[in-house]
Design a protein around this ligand. Structure first.
Ligand SMILES: O=C(CO)[C@H](O)[C@H](O)COP(=O)(O)O
Length: 262
């Protein structure tokens, strides 16, 4: 199965594979959303089934909850867990300060709540996610459906008042209908190009009525594990800087990939 992976999927896989080294027996683990996080959930499931690892997982979306249960991870709610030892999640972009844009998969609200309620947030990413400054990836903003067009106009006015480079905003669609988040909200994507002051933007955005949360994850991430298509992984630690790592071998395990072939 791994032989068929594209370089980008190999990069995601090796980052995910390395990230589960941070998970220890008895931990409460936040489980992120997206294709990279799905590899991590599969790796953890394999450790639960094969090595007897005992963890409780708090998923950040309904699709991650389904996958976690499928691979044998005990799933609990954040309210049951109260606080987490570690959260492992993907990202759409990260910069040199390990600040992130997330929400490409539409799960930013639960992802931010879960990451914030964790002792440590580890981000797993392929090398294409590294940027000098955030903003090339459209910034998702979750808004309540009531009056969303007014909220969208107010967001555009805010961008003008803040002199943000790009001001194009689009309602995220799922075919003909608006994309609906797990909380029943809409997402407005902001095509900004470059975000000069992410802290200021994030704070101003979240003060707007109708806005529930935005996809800027600032000062939350502790470690980024970066995967490369040739199997190399590099760890960026907010305290220790870059830690070079070796190449990881791709491990052919029926267990890991069984349900992908169904
Ligand atoms: O924020 C997210 C979902 O809301 C994802 O972590 C982000 O979109 C990265 O996804 P992928 O690992 O599939 O590239």
């Amino acid at each position: 199965m791994t032989g068929e992976l594209s370089p980008i999927d190999k990069a995601k896989f090796v980052a995910a594979k390395r990230s589960v080294d941070y998970v220890e027996d008895g931990m409460r683990v936040g489980l992120g959303t997206g294709s990279t996080a799905a590899w991590m959930v599969r790796c953890l499931g394999e450790m639960v089934r094969n090595d007897g690892l005992r963890i409780k997982g708090v998923p950040t979306s309904t699709r991650t909850a389904e996958l976690a249960r499928e691979v044998g991870i005990e799933v609990i709610s954040l309210d049951e867990a109260k606080w987490l030892d570690v959260t492992i999640d993907g990202a759409d972009e990260f910069d040199g300060n390990l600040n992130l844009i997330k929400g490409g998969g539409g799960a930013l609200l639960q992802e931010k709540i879960v990451a914030t309620a964790s002792d440590q947030m580890i981000v797993i990413a392929d090398v294409g996610k590294e940027v000098e400054s955030l903003g090339s990836f459209p910034l998702p903003v979750e808004v309540i459906p009531f009056g969303w067009q007014t909220t969208k106009s107010l967001v555009e006015e805010l961008l003008i008042s803040m002199d943000v480079l790009g001001r194009d905003t689009t309602l995220r669609m799922n075919g003909e209908r608006p994309f609906i988040t797990d909380e029943g909200n809409y997402i407005i994507d902001l095509h900004l190009g470059r975000i000069g002051n992410p802290h200021q933007l994030s704070m101003a955005m979240n003060q707007m009525p109708g806005v529930v949360e935005n996809g800027l994850f600032l000062d939350i991430c502790d470690v980024v594990i970066l995967g490369f298509g040739d199997g190399r992984v590099e760890t960026r630690d907010i305290n220790e800087g870059t830690v070079e790592e070796d190449r990881l071998d791709f491990v052919e395990t029926d267990n890991l990939f069984t349900d992908m072939n169904d």
